[in-house]
Ligand binder design. Structure first.
Ligand SMILES: [Zn+2]
Length: 150
């Protein structure tokens, strides 16, 4: 899969371009998230007692202190909360800076990701977005977002 403004130029041969994006750093608490992403699934962690979403994933619920948790499939839909275009230093592995955005998910929490398929000048707060996956080194994938048709 190739995403717009992916820094890897398409070769003339049939071989797909190798991703230059760094693979995610996987912690024990977030292992479920990255393993799901590798399969193209967007999941989150919720408290099995009170239902509070935990992000980033962690051993104990910040609301009720339960250590019981469940992994649930997320809608993949959200809205742009804020965004920037990093210029210096250039993010490693990119020839062209990706838009870095805070996405507010339908499930009620925010995460930092990249925004594609929209020029920086057209990004707006509250813009509806949907998840898709960008390849990384080491045959992994990371969730990124693009505008969603209403
Ligand atoms: Zn809880």
């Amino acid at each position: 899969m190739t995403v717009p403004n992916d820094p890897t130029p398409a070769p003339a041969s049939a071989a797909p371009p190798k991703p230059t994006r760094l693979a995610p750093i996987v912690t024990l608490d977030a292992k479920f998230f990255w393993e799901a992403a590798d399969k193209g699934e967007f999941v989150g962690e919720r408290c099995a007692d009170c239902g509070e979403f935990r992000f980033p994933p962690r051993p104990m619920c910040p609301r009720c202190h339960s250590v019981r948790r469940e992994v649930v499939k997320l809608s993949g839909h959200g809205k742009v909360y804020s965004w920037i275009l990093p210029r210096h230093p250039m993010p490693f592995g990119f020839k062209e800076s990706p838009i870095v955005a805070v996405i507010e998910l339908e499930e009620g929490y925010r995460l930092v990701s990249n925004l594609y398929e929209v020029p920086f000048e057209q990004v707006r707060a509250g813009m509806p977005v949907e998840v898709f996956f960008a390849p990384t080194m080491g045959n992994h994938q990371v969730p990124v977002f693009r505008p969603r048709a209403k």
